[in-house]
Design a protein around this ligand. Structure first.
Ligand code: NDP
Length: 330
């Protein structure tokens, strides 16, 4: 028997959350069974814990869109019992049972080996949010971003994606302009390496003009919505925006195509869920190289399964700072 955080929905539509002891026979089919050590709280987890947003396909459900742990049983020759592994994406925690349990059964294709240089806990301090930040930085580099090009904007900077993006970009040698709606997090963001703090209210409303002064050499955008529409007008000639998230909204109200046509601005879509194995490995290796562990440490809040209902609400309100690591054994 092992502990699992289960979200269920009654016939009258009421969503309940409970920690239950369940048997392995409750796990879904798959070719590897993993003894989960750590999971995390991402924005999508907030949606699944509260069962809003239509992400959960079937109840009862175990959320947790990422986890790190040890292979316990494997029908796949690539993995042996005792191997340390990490999982992000593939709709685990949404359409499949996820990481908020002491065991998970998944497809071997979805795993990567725990990168040498990280513990299971550090891998989950990075988690889906940090992994996606690295994909975003790699996309900006692939589209020409170089050290010395000028400030790189990071939106939603005090959140999970934003914190890791800030730390990685600063460590690479970029100037980082961190956008936050939480002025009290200025010290934290400067500690991660931000050289400039931009108040959310100064950038989240389109001015109405198709082009503004050229300010940013690149952008990792976790916010979307009107803020993305506005910052497109402020990108330097040929610069790129890596669109990662929609914490501020899904609609690009107020945007025009003018920045693309007159400034050659690129809007790059970043998806972490369906990335092929080779790209995943590359991103994890880049994180080993480019993310300083003391900066990662500064981002972490520790939690247990019983903290999840409250944390699920907080992350949807944009109140979580950095990364939450869930110790599923505690
Ligand atoms: P967090 O909640 O940790 O961070 C989001 C941050 O955005 C908040 O901390 C806050 O930062 C800012 N924010 C929140 N609400 C608003 C608002 N209404 N207007 C402007 N800014 C706001 O979430 P994550 O970092 O885990 O995820 C960020 C986004 O990225 C989410 O939309 C998530 O779904 C998406 N995502 C996408 C992935 C992909 O594969 N494309 C993978 C992972 C995440 P501050 O207080 O500093 O302003």
């Amino acid at each position: 028997m092992f502990k699992a955080f289960i979200v269920d929905k009654s016939e009258d539509g009421k969503v309940t959350q409970s920690i239950q002891k369940i048997g392995e026979d409750r796990l879904p089919s798959g070719d590897v069974t993993v003894a989960v050590e750590y999971s995390t709280v991402n924005y999508k987890d907030g949606l699944c814990i509260n069962a809003t947003g239509g992400l959960v396909r079937k109840f009862p459900h175990v959320p947790g869109i990422d986890f790190a742990g040890t292979i316990e049983a494997s029908d796949d020759s690539r993995y042996q019992p005792g191997d340390k592994v990490v999982l992000t994406g593939w709709r685990v925690g949404e359409a499949w049972w996820g990481g908020y349990a002491q065991k998970a059964r998944v497809k071997a294709d979805w795993l990567v080996k725990l990168p040498e240089g990280f513990s299971s806990k550090q891998a989950m301090a990075i988690g889906t949010a940090g992994f996606t930040s690295m994909l975003a930085v790699m996309a900006l580099e692939d589209h020409g971003l170089k050290i010395g090009d000028g400030p790189v904007l990071v939106t939603g900077a005090a959140g999970g994606v934003g914190s890791v993006a800030t730390a990685v970009l600063a460590n690479l040698g970029h100037e980082v302009a961190a956008v936050t709606g939480r002025p009290e997090q200025e010290g934290y963001l400067r500690e991660l390496g931000a050289t400039q703090i931009v108040a959310r209210g100064d950038i989240d409303t389109p001015s109405g003009k198709p082009l503004e002064r050229e300010l940013w050499a690149g952008c990792v955008d976790a916010v979307g919505g009107a803020m993305l529409a506005n910052l497109l007008t402020q990108m330097k000639y040929g610069a790129s925006v890596a669109a990662v998230g929609l914490a501020g909204g899904a609609k690009l109200d107020g945007a025009t195509v003018v920045p693309f046509l007159l400034r050659g601005v690129n809007l790059l879509g970043i998806d972490s869920v369906m990335q092929p194995f080779e790209k995943r490995e590359r991103a994890w290796q880049r994180l080993v190289r480019d993310l300083q562990l003391d900066k990662l440490e500064a981002m972490v809040e520790n939690a247990t399964l019983s903290d999840l209902p409250a944390l699920g609400k907080s992350i949807l309100k944009g109140q979580v700072k950095g990364r939450v690591v869930v110790d599923v054994s505690a």
